[in-house]
Design a protein around this ligand. Structure first.
Ligand code: NAD
Ligand code: UDP
Length: 338
């Protein structure tokens, strides 16, 4: 039997889509997740989509005994590390919890990997590591200068992996810097299910469409962008998932270290996203302009060239598909996984 891919955070939004693609490529998967931001129902949905239920260990990446036992129970070749907390505002309010979960948690995981002789890791980094450099198109050479706690945790974990690789060349590391994931599996069975009021644009729009929220607040209409609203590089979660398979393929082929942006290279404004969603769903999205959100930047998008050169990967799904799939998921699951 092929060795397992350990997917931390595998019941979460991006992890679950990646697990499906791994299983569809015949990789045996074991998920480690503490369910702090996900539901075990995801496992049933993955099983019905792929015909195969992934192995699941409920627990925390910081629980060293548990992680050690996991490496004894499962022959793992590679780790895809999604587990982490991701809300920017929450990180500002609870920095110690964020550094503990994201940085101490990752460090504990890496030390247990080392003890188990597992040295191949794909890490979920983020475009937030770049902060606000004063221009919009980010290459992998854009200096790392995070402006919030969440972004800082991502940079710190990147730093840890760069140092580990320098000291021990046996490590194989892929740092994937995601832009703005949206969309859902085409089946409408798995998707993004944020707890409470969504922080991010797309889940807020879909919750307005389904009648859960009254109207969208558009944070700022005086940004230096063509229509005055913020522009981001939205990427379909299925494309993001497939970037992990491309990175895994590279690492298994002997690649030793890579850092790539994962985006489309094409930014859309808030109003363009609203219009695209209305077209895809046939729903009207009422909105009002509100003050700029603290910490926001006008615009950012990926230079995706390196991902194409290094991984042979580029995004396939356009904004219409992103909106159609987000809507199908929300319409079929008006209260998420509950
Ligand atoms: P998510 O919250 O849906 O998934 C994360 C999963 O990790 C959840 O299932 C949660 O229960 C689990 N988890 C959290 N802390 C854990 C711990 N200590 N031990 C075990 N499990 C734990 O988030 P997502 O959107 O799927 O994001 C996955 C990764 O990608 C995160 O690291 C996130 O920071 C990163 N990322 C996300 C975005 C985005 O916009 N969604 C953008 C850039 C980077
Ligand atoms: N945004 C908005 N209303 C919302 C949520 C987000 O106008 O309720 C805007 C936000 O200001 C930004 C864009 O939508 O310009 C994307 O925000 P999101 O939080 O999804 O991603 P991030 O800011 O982390 O890139």
């Amino acid at each position: 039997m092929k060795p397992f891919i350990l997917v931390t955070g595998g019941t979460g939004y991006i992890g679950s889509h990646t697990v499906i693609q791994l299983q569809q490529k015949e990789y045996p998967v074991v998920i480690l997740d503490n369910l702090s931001n996900s539901s075990p129902v995801v496992l049933d949905r993955i099983a019905s989509i792929t015909g195969n239920r992934p192995a699941f260990v409920e627990g925390d990446i910081r629980d060293r005994d548990l992680v050690r036992q996991l490496f004894r129970d499962y022959a793992v070749s590679d780790v895809i590390h999604f587990a982490g907390l991701k809300a920017v505002g929450e990180g500002e309010a609870e920095p110690l919890r964020y550094y503990d979960n994201n940085v101490s948690g990752s460090l504990a995981l890496f030390q247990e990997m080392e003890a188990a002789g597992v040295f191949s890791i794909i890490f979920s980094s983020s475009a937030t590591v770049y902060g606000n450099p004063g221009y919009s198109r980010f290459t992998e050479e854009t200096p790392l200068n995070p402006v919030n706690v969440y972004g800082d945790t991502k940079k710190m974990v990147e730093d840890i992996l760069r140092a580990a690789k320098r000291a021990q060349p046996v490590w194989q590391v892929a740092l994937l810097r995601y832009f703005n994931p949206v969309g859902a599996h085409v089946s409408g069975m798995i998707g993004e299910d944020p707890a409470g009021i969504p922080n991010n644009l797309m889940p807020f729009i879909t919750q307005v469409a389904v009648g859960k929220r009254e109207k969208l607040s558009v944070f700022g209409n005086d940004w230096p962008t063509p229509d005055g609203t913020g522009r981001r590089d939205y990427i379909h979660v299925e494309d993001l998932a497939s970037a992990h398979l491309a990175a895994l393929n590279k690492l298994q082929g002997g690649e030793s270290f890579l850092t790539v942006n994962v985006g489309t290279g094409r930014p859309y404004s808030v109003l363009e996203m609203v219009a695209a969603f209305e077209k895809a769903s046939g729903k009207t999205i009422p909105y009002q302009f509100a003050a700029r959100r603290a910490g926001d930047i006008a615009e950012c998008y990926a230079d995706p060239a390196l991902a194409k050169t290094l991984l042979g990967w580029q995004a396939q799904h356009d904004v219409n598909r992103m909106c159609a799939d987000s809507w199908r998921w929300q319409k079929n699951n008006p209260v998420g996984y509950e």
